[in-house]
Design a protein around this ligand. Structure first.
Ligand code: BJ8
Length: 442
């Protein structure tokens, strides 16, 4: 299997992609994917769909989005899980995450942005400057939000290259903040209506909610299968992460069907005791900032060091799919907007103060999954998650939960160092597990 990107040169060039640079980048990326993912042993058969999707990630999927645009359906690119994608999908359009996980675009971004800000923002901005992301180039507008300082100011610069619509996400959750939040969702809907030049109906919004609820349900199934069976892990952590990453790009209905098929297969694996790791392999949860593709280095370091990641408490992970929109008794637009606000305000991003529900959730998940330890992972210069690490690790310490804190960017420079630290952490967990077994505690 190879990257199919060269079959779409005409389309990509028509939307302004730098076709030569893009082709080189995508082919190198797919080669890395083949080496790191397709070479895994004992992989579930259902992952073949994701291999196909990866080969078409900047080809057929970008073509599908552009076919929707030709029918005057909205195409919205995002960098955050606060976007009410139900409205876009309900209007028949596509809402997707934009490229922002690669080191290859950062040097270009630094021509306009400071060096010492988060790599996610720089990478994403660099993709726009280089014109090497088919999704960015396909977007009617980019959804921006006021979650962190660096993003908030970058939108003003990005807007000089591509239209950006900014949603004002409050940083507290008092009644007056939630009122503002709901108004911002209404404003977002009206902005889409202005792009597609028509009203979005109540039935369309409800349809969008059904589609996205079904997608989140399917992802919750995978999450449970990964984490809730202490003796069997039916899928690797890197594949689990990949599914979450692709949830931001794929057509939601097709994705849901494929994820449910995979979940059926994993259920059978669990029943038959088919695990991708040996019994007693240390089981880790990862907490923190998002892992935009192709940022796989932590998962690969852990798995090469004989550990397994069973969950990501991250926006590309659990924080994205943990809550559904409650559709009961919502038959008019105003109540649908309220339900959307209620669902989105459950997101426990570190941009909120206080953010104690996040800590409670982490402890609950850890216990439910009978994990052996956690890695608190932050992207460099992400101040909110970095500072919140103190509160989280203090709570973990009180509960006697082993934790390794890692701060990293997208470069490969620290791979060796991360691996050494992960290996030492896993060794200590293995030792602890053996000691507990000896004492009859686990
Ligand atoms: S809901 S975590 S996706 S804002 S860009 S905050 S890493 S310094 S991505 Fe996020 Fe929405 Fe919150 Fe989730 Fe830090 Fe970087 Fe800012 Fe970031």
């Amino acid at each position: 299997m190879e990257s199919q990107v060269d079959n779409y040169k005409d389309l990509l060039s028509s939307i302004g992609v730098d076709v030569e640079k893009h082709s080189k980048m995508m082919k190198a990326g797919f080669q890395g994917y083949k080496e790191q993912f397709m070479s895994q042993e004992n992989r579930p058969k259902g992952m073949e769909y994701f291999d196909w999707f990866m080969s078409e990630i900047q080809g057929e999927r970008v073509a599908e989005i552009n076919r929707l645009r030709e029918q005057k359906k909205p195409a919205v690119g995002t960098f955050c899980i606060f976007v009410p994608e139900e409205i876009v999908v309900g209007a028949g359009g596509a809402c997707y995450g934009l490229c922002g996980g690669s080191q290859a675009t950062i040097a270009d971004a630094e021509s306009e942005l400071p060096r010492n800000i988060c790599p996610l923002i720089k990478s994403a901005h660099g993709f726009k400057l280089q014109r090497t992301c088919g999704y960015t180039q396909s977007s009617d507008f980019i959804y921006g939000e006021t979650t962190c300082e660096a993003k908030k100011k970058t939108w003003e610069i990005l807007d000089t290259h591509h239209p950006v619509h900014v949603m004002n996400i409050p940083h507290m959750k008092r009644e007056k903040d939630l009122k503002l939040w709901k108004e911002e969702i209404v404003d977002f809907k009206e902005h889409i209506e202005s792009v597609i030049e028509r009203k979005i109906s109540v039935d369309e919004i409800k349809k969008g909610i059904h589609i996205i609820n079904a997608k989140r349900n399917a992802m919750q199934r995978i999450d449970a299968l990964r984490g809730l069976n202490p003796d069997v892990v039916p899928i690797s952590g890197r594949d689990g992460l990949l599914i979450s990453q692709m949830s931001f790009l794929d057509d939601p209905t097709r994705f849901t069907q494929k994820v449910n098929e995979l979940a059926d297969e994993l259920e059978k694996r669990v029943a038959d005791g088919v695990s991708v790791v040996e019994k007693d392999t240390p089981r880790l949860m990862v907490l923190g900032t998002p892992f935009a593709p192709p940022n796989w280095k932590l998962h690969i370091s852990v798995e090469e060091s004989k550990g397994i990641i069973i969950n990501e408490e991250s926006c590309i992970g659990h924080r994205y799919y943990k809550d559904n929109v409650d559709l009961d008794e919502s038959d008019d637009e105003d109540s649908l907007m309220t339900k959307l606000m209620e669902r989105y305000s459950e997101v426990d991003c570190a941009c909120f103060t206080p953010n104690t529900p996040r800590i409670d959730k982490i402890l609950e998940m850890y216990k439910e999954r009978k994990a052996d330890g956690v890695i608190y992972y932050t992207l460099s210069f992400c101040h909110t998650y970095n500072v919140e690490a103190h509160l989280v690790t203090t709570a973990l310490e009180k509960e006697g939960i082993p934790c390794l804190v890692i701060e990293s960017d997208y470069s490969t420079e620290d791979v060796g160092q991360i691996k050494t630290r992960v290996e030492a952490f896993l060794e200590s967990l293995t030792f602890k597990k053996k000691a507990q077994k000896f004492k009859g505690l686990k």
